[in-house]
Design a protein around this ligand. Structure first.
Ligand code: FMN
Length: 381
């Protein structure tokens, strides 16, 4: 197999990503008090040593009281990017990844309506959301019953002042990321969390400047991107993750066709996004009828920006397909066909890299890789 395409560096603004393999963001919950430990540092450094050109960290709570709640991984174990301990922890992670020749960006996260009420570092903080709406109840979801509210109305719509405070929280966390030496910023705009609830018509019923049609619903994301770009300057890339599927509703769609996707993504591209990370469960699933292009492929086509694919690379089952009979597969040939055709530029790998930190080097060398099994989630190997 010719892996040349996968091994090509990619220039993203002033950063040269050494190859096209990216560790996809994965929440782990091993950061007591929000600060990465030496084990977290070594966990990321092993992936860089194993051949990942770029690491997108686990989701990191922004500096805002409503950003984080209990994720089932311990109340206070999700990392943040503010406070001396967290910044020092991240600085050590970044240095360790750089020593191994990799690049690393943090994924900034605000849980919005998916934050469990009354939990997290600030249990009393209210839910943040555009219209106080969780999403339609009774849709296809993998959430446990106790994580689904009894009523669709879970809070009050954010005021102008609330919105400004959250945006400022994003900017402060981006500033923290720069102080820690990160190579750019990734924004979590997917999976039904806060940014996504502004994009999604079902959860954004606003009639002011933060809502309305598809383009108007991008304004919140646009402001975050624009202000982060102002903060970090022109040299570092901004990644934006988006998804059709929501945890509230696996069958949701932000855009039903390429025209709608263009309306959704172009304002974000104009605001300063360099790479669209299209979160799907299967990289080889066509996004729209009449073309084999996947969602990342369409994101690239309609915006002219770089795109990253993800979903089922190196593993036989999609996320949420159950915990049994999961095995490693070598489906790189199909990934590379699409990469070589210019459909997308970067390849995100999630669970395969939890199974084996050296997955990139080994799969390229044709060596045996250790398969992912869900026990890997209980430790940082
Ligand atoms: C344990 C775990 C934690 C995850 N946490 C996040 C996260 O914090 N942010 C995010 O955008 N996606 C998250 N994801 C989704 C992954 O980034 C990725 O999109 C998904 O696992 C599909 O890729 P894969 O088939 O290669 O595993 C997580 C996935 C797993 C398995």
């Amino acid at each position: 197999m010719n892996h040349q395409g996968l091994l090509q560096p990619l220039q993203l603004r002033a950063r040269l990503i050494p190859n096209r393999i990216v560790m996809s963001p994965m929440t782990r919950g091993f950061c007591p008090g929000g600060a990465p430990t030496a084990q977290v540092r070594d966990y990321y450094a092993r992936r860089a040593e194993g051949g990942c050109g770029l690491i997108i960290t686990e989701a990191v709570g922004i500096d805002h009281p409503s950003a984080l709640g209990d994720t089932g991984l311990g109340e206070d174990n999700i990392p943040v990017l503010h406070g001396a301990n967290a910044l020092q922890g991240w600085r050590e992670v970044v240095q360790a990844v750089h020593r191994e020749g990799g690049m690393i960006v943090p994924q900034l996260w605000h849980q919005g309506v998916l934050r469990l009420p009354g939990t997290g570092p600030f249990p009393e903080a209210p839910v943040s959301s555009p219209s106080g709406i969780w999403g339609e109840l009774g849709q296809m979801t993998a959430l446990a019953g106790d994580k689904i509210p009894a009523n669709v109305q879970v809070g009050q719509p954010m005021t102008e002042a609330d919105i400004e405070q959250v945006i400022e929280g994003y900017v402060r966390s981006a500033k923290g990321a720069m102080q820690a030496g990160f190579d750019g910023i990734a924004i979590h705009g997917a999976h039904g969390y806060l940014v996504d609830t502004f994009l999604w018509a079902n959860t954004n019923h606003r009639q002011d400047r933060w809502g309305g049609g598809r383009v108007q619903r991008t304004r919140f994301a646009v402001e975050i991107i624009r202000r982060i770009r102002q903060e970090i300057g022109p040299d570092l890339p901004i990644f934006f993750r988006f998804s059709d599927w929501k945890q509230q509703d696996f069958r949701a769609q932000l855009a039903r066709n390429p025209q709608e996707l263009e309306e959704l993504l172009c304002p974000l591209a104009d605001a300063g996004v360099d790479v669209f990370d299209a979160s799907v469960r299967y990289f080889d699933k066509p996004a729209y009828e009449g073309s084999t292009l996947n969602l990342a492929g369409w994101a690239k086509k309609v915006t002219g920006k770089y795109a990253m694919t993800v979903g089922g690379v190196g593993i036989n089952k999609g996320m949420y397909d159950g915990k049994h009979d999961i095995s490693a597969v070598n489906n790189l040939e199909r990934v590379m066909q699409r990469l070589d055709n210019g459909e997308f530029d970067l390849v995100g790998v999630g669970r395969a890299l939890l199974g084996d930190p050296h997955w990139p080097r080994k799969i390229i060398a044709g060596e045996h890789v250790c398969a992912f099994d869900s026990a890997a989630l209980t430790r940082l190997t």
